[in-house]
Design a protein around this ligand. Structure first.
Ligand code: HEC
Ligand code: HEC
Ligand code: HEC
Ligand code: HEC
Ligand code: HEC
Length: 189
């Protein structure tokens, strides 16, 4: 009787610790899986979605061949926080009448005649909790657009993703190199 009882007990204890062992295992495994799923979701979400534009705009043609300054279309780039994007009014200055013979240029004139607002979509975008001013960097610090935007001025079609990755590390590395503010509140207001 005593032998049996102790055997039973040891088996029960064995089963219990086995279960507990499995429980301990199951906990971290589940957590690990959840963490992995969360990581994948974060990585996927942070990969910017492709940006589409109403017209296949050509920077080279306008900035190099026609020698238009950036501020012709990005009107507040020297004076404001946001550079701004052009719209139908800006393009009408020339495309109200047909320019050149390319199919896309003909389409622009047709769209304008129909009253299309030509709403271009933002490509580079910071979260709302970050304060960034173009005036400070372009007019005062005299930085080149390409330092942050890459070779956008030499594109012949609108890129669907930003050409450079502008994140906190990117801002901080220049601020550290140029001995500028790295205070959290300078950028997060
Ligand atoms: C100062 C005049 C001017 C302004 C302003 C202007 N364009 Fe043009 N654009 C031209 C000329 C000239 C051509 C034709 C060049 C050629 O065919 O060699 C052209 C060509 C184009 C083409 C054809 C490009 C290609 O690859 O063949 C597109 C698309 C275009 N423009 C869109 C726009 C849009 C959109 C705007 C407004 C954001 C705009 N343009 C503003 C003068 C202008
Ligand atoms: C004739 C008008 C015009 C001129 C001049 C022009 N751009 Fe643009 N820019 C556009 C249009 C239209 C878009 C949106 C479509 C695209 O990305 O091609 C754009 C988009 C951009 C973007 C992406 C903005 C965003 O949404 O995040 C940058 C950066 C940019 N331009 C830089 C420049 C620079 C630098 C110059 C001068 C070297 C310049 N542009 C001159 C019309 C212009
Ligand atoms: C120090 C980095 C930096 C420099 C230099 C810079 N930009 Fe930007 N630009 C940005 C950032 C960051 C954004 C996104 C801002 C946001 O979403 O709040 C942006 C956004 C833009 C946009 C999208 C529209 C808007 O107003 O948000 C345009 C157009 C643009 N920049 C044009 C230019 C041009 C043209 C130059 C040069 C004359 C230039 N930028 C120089 C960092 C820079
Ligand atoms: C390539 C260098 C460079 C990059 C990249 C850069 N900055 Fe700056 N930033 C400067 C310089 C230089 C100044 C000082 C300008 C002046 O003299 O006022 C400055 C000033 C500032 C200021 C004003 C700070 C103060 O003292 O109040 C803010 C805010 C700021 N930057 C935010 C940003 C953000 C946000 C980004 C990234 C999206 C960024 N910067 C990327 C060079 C850079
Ligand atoms: C020079 C500008 C700058 C400074 C200084 C700065 N940040 Fe940021 N911060 C950014 C930018 C840009 C982002 C990215 C926003 C985005 O993804 O659109 C960011 C993002 C963040 C995020 C969101 C998570 C992430 O990585 O995207 C947190 C949290 C944060 N910063 C905290 C801080 C703290 C804390 C400090 C001070 C120790 C600080 N930041 C200083 C520019 C700055």
């Amino acid at each position: 009787m005593t032998v049996r009882w102790s055997a039973l007990r040891s088996r029960a204890v064995g089963a219990f610790t086995g279960l507990r062992g499995a429980g301990w295992l199951r906990g971290p495994t589940l957590l690990g899986l959840l963490a992995l799923v969360a990581l994948v979701v974060v990585v996927l979400a942070s990969r910017s979605r492709p940006v589409a534009q109403p017209v296949a705009f050509n920077h080279v043609k306008h900035t190099q061949d026609l020698e238009l300054g950036c501020e012709f279309c990005h009107q507040n780039v020297n004076t404001g926080a946001r550079a701004g994007l052009p719209n139908a009014e800006t393009c009408s200055a020339c495309h109200q009448e047909q320019q050149g013979n390319s199919a896309e240029a003909v389409r622009v004139t047709t769209l304008l005649a129909k009253g299309d607002p030509l709403r271009f979509n933002k490509l580079f975008r910071l979260a709302d909790h970050v304060y960034f001013a173009h005036r400070r960097h372009v007019e005062i610090a005299k930085l080149e657009c390409s330092q942050c935007h890459g070779a956008i001025a030499t594109t012949r079609r609108p890129p669907s993703r930003p050409l450079t990755r502008v994140n906190m590390k990117f801002c901080l590395s220049c601020h550290q190199a140029k001995k500028q503010s790295v205070d959290c509140v300078a950028c997060h207001r």
